[in-house]
Write a protein that binds this ligand. Structure first.
Ligand code: SF4
Length: 222
């Protein structure tokens, strides 16, 4: 499995190149983006972040003091703005109560992850996105694209838990934050370009290894 995952990584990297994630100016912005991107696409998040930046509100103190109605209005482009407002408020309260992001950065990864998961509205994907992209911790981020791709490649069944998928990467790859950063971003890019809801298998860089492609009778690729 180790060699298969490494081969997958190399093929994706060779096809798409470095992805330069996460697209943000600061660790705090990464965390805000990780909450705003729940159940929406990134272009909507970018609009909301732009509005927050324009309102000079991209810092914990400003967002903490901002009236909820104003925050909802600013993040409206990201959708579910009422729910996301409360989640942002809960996260910001957490940061301030624990002395800021830099102080939190001194915590051990498992401890920090448990604390993040205890915040209202922060699930494993959001917590791990923060850990990897804001705090550079070697934690693999699993999303729906990852599960779908691994099932199509025949690495895992279709119905698997978040932890089962994450465990596969943690068990078989070096715990390297830079590689996990790039690998997750490459999977997202691959899901956009080829392994979509209805896959575009022609020219897929993983076609030679794909169970779904071989079951469809697609010609093998090297
Ligand atoms: S061959 Fe098709 S199903 Fe398999 S990984 Fe590529 S795009 Fe996805």
């Amino acid at each position: 499995m180790e060699l298969e995952l490494l081969d997958m990584y190399r093929r994706l990297y060779s096809a798409y190149g470095p992805q330069h994630w996460w697209p943000a100016d600061s660790p705090f912005e990464v965390c805000i983006g990780a909450i705003l991107t729940q159940n929406t696409n990134w272009s909507n998040v970018e609009k909301a972040i732009k509005r927050l930046r324009h309102a000079t509100a991209l810092d914990p103190e400003s967002l903490n003091q901002m009236p909820s109605e104003q925050l909802m209005n600013l993040i409206r482009p990201a959708g579910f703005y009422r729910q996301k407002c409360w989640r942002l408020k809960a996260f910001i309260r957490f940061i301030l109560d624990h002395g800021g992001l830099a102080k939190l950065a001194t915590l051990e990864t498992g401890t920090l992850r448990s604390m993040l998961l205890a915040i209202h509205g922060i699930g494993p994907e959001t917590a791990d996105s923060m850990l990897l992209y804001a705090w550079t911790r070697p934690v693999f981020v699993v999303d729906a694209y990852t599960k779908r791709l691994l099932a199509r490649l025949g690495f895992l069944p279709h119905k698997v838990s978040y932890d089962q998928v994450q465990c596969l990467f943690h068990k078989h790859l070096p715990r390297d934050a830079d590689m996990f950063n790039e690998f997750h971003a490459l999977i997202v890019e691959h899901a956009k370009q080829h392994c979509r809801h209805v896959p575009r298998c022609h020219g897929c860089p993983l076609g030679a290894r794909c169970i779904q492609a071989s079951e469809r009778g697609d010609p093998p690729r090297t």
